[in-house]
Design a protein around this ligand. Structure first.
Ligand code: NAD
Length: 385
């Protein structure tokens, strides 16, 4: 979140060193990709590869400046290191950004050119879809590089990760209930969900099966009504979702929903949802939740099912294995909550600490030369040093 703030502070007058920015967050490598003939300006940031190749999606966005793009890719790639580490995956953190307008600037040549830069990194970075990128764009990237994951089932990949993300979110809700209520049963628990999209569909299905009382809203009320009808939930107006008297509030739509306007309105004991970047500001709104006595399941921990899914694709996709890994989010969150309680720190700080600890420990054991890799499949190949 400091980086987001930093973006706002960047002005032409700002004294700006690219190496200072790279070193400030301990990045290993940043690659600037330029191909003026096809209009490609992209940056790939590899944050840390102690655990494995840097994995993270490529985003296409009309950044106002190169600096803004750089800060965004540095922030996002570091987040991927933490996310993979705390999910117990043998992956590092990476991210790519293409500077451009996704509505106007997409061409086959641009994405194939980008794909060649990814290929040139020889597996240090593996890419996937992110904001502004769709299936067709990734198909072009894949024409030039094998280092792409999160591919559709039709093309032999793992397909839409939403059901695995929902399973992980459900496991995370149960762990949070265990911590707060002493039991992980969600029977009769009131759960209000913001967003009736892909993940929410599977999440509501699991919650309804268990017997939770569900409230749901969406920007497009018909989406909320469709889910409510199928699984027996109650539809709430999108403006009223923060006021629902409930046990668990589950943000499953947008980022920055936990802010100075919404937090005072919440009437819940737990926040546990799949949306990315839920806290508008970690430093301001994290403490505000603590003051209000609300347990916050760090977003990148509870929504790691999607990453777990694409990581499994790299090893030869096995849905059962992906599901059992997503269910382990339960234990991961319990560890994070215990660590936070022991040190009296916010839960998101506790998860960052545990992520860094794993990166350091596993990075250290790799100092010992081993003649063969412990890993199998394609990920094993990528992990060989
Ligand atoms: P989605 O686009 O299918 O669903 C999001 C829904 O939220 C849409 O129906 C949209 O209309 C609704 N919405 C937007 N603004 C809203 C508002 N102000 N109030 C109420 N509803 C609103 O997305 P998804 O795949 O279900 O993902 C949901 C969230 O989880 C996103 O933040 C996404 O980045 C994150 N996430 C998803 C996955 C995954 O596997 N799909 C993995 C990790 C994180």
């Amino acid at each position: 979140m400091e980086v987001k703030d930093a973006i706002l502070k960047v002005t032409p007058e700002t004294d700006y060193s690219i190496f200072d920015q790279i070193e400030a967050k301990d990045h290993e490598q940043v690659i600037f990709c330029s191909d003026p003939e096809v209009g490609l300006r992209a940056i790939i940031a590899i944050h840390n590869t102690s655990l494995g190749p840097g994995l993270g999606g490529t985003r296409m966005w009309p950044y106002k400046s190169d600096k803004e793009a750089l800060l965004d890719v540095l922030r996002l790639s570091r987040g991927m290191t933490y996310k993979a580490a705390v999910a117990g995956l043998n992956l590092g953190g990476g991210k790519g950004v293409i500077i451009g307008d996704p509505k106007k600037d997409k061409t086959e040549a641009l994405f194939r050119s980008y794909g060649r830069f990814v290929e040139g990194l020889a597996g240090r970075y593996i890419t996937a879809e992110d904001v502004g990128i769709d299936v067709r764009d990734m198909e072009w990237v894949r024409m030039e590089t094998k280092y792409v994951t999160g591919i559709s089932r039709a093309l032999g990949g793992s397909g839409d990760p939403s059901s695995v993300t929902a399973l992980g979110t459900y496991a995370g809700m149960k762990a949070s209930a265990k911590k707060v209520f002493g039991s992980d049963s969600l029977v009769g628990k009131k759960i209000s969900i913001q967003g009736a999209g892909h993940v929410s569909y599977y999440l509501v299905k699991l919650l309804a099966q268990e017997g939770a009382e569900i409230f749901i809203c969406d920007l497009f009320p018909e989406k909320a009504h469709a889910i409510a009808k199928e699984f027996g939930a109650r539809v709430v107006d999108k403006e009223d979702i923060f006021d629902v008297d409930c046990d668990i509030f589950s943000p499953c739509a947008l980022g920055s929903v936990l802010n100075s306007d919404t937090i005072p309105r919440l009437k819940c004991a737990i926040i546990a949802g799949c949306a990315n970047n839920q806290l508008d500001s970690e430093t301001v709104h994290g403490p505000m939740l603590i003051e209000r006595g609300i347990l916050y399941a760090p977003d990148y921990v509870i929504n790691a099912g999607g990453l777990i899914n694409v990581a499994n694709e790299l090893e030869g996709y096995n849905r059962e294995h992906a599901h059992s890994q997503a269910e382990r989010i339960y234990d991961t969150l319990i560890d994070i909550y215990d660590h936070a309680e022991k040190l009296n720190i916010p839960t998101y700080t506790a998860s960052n600490e545990l992520a860094i600890q794993r990166v350091r420990q596993i990075g250290r054991i790799k100092q010992v030369y081993a003649s063969t890799s412990n890993y199998s499949g394609r990920l094993g190949e990528l992990n060989k040093r």
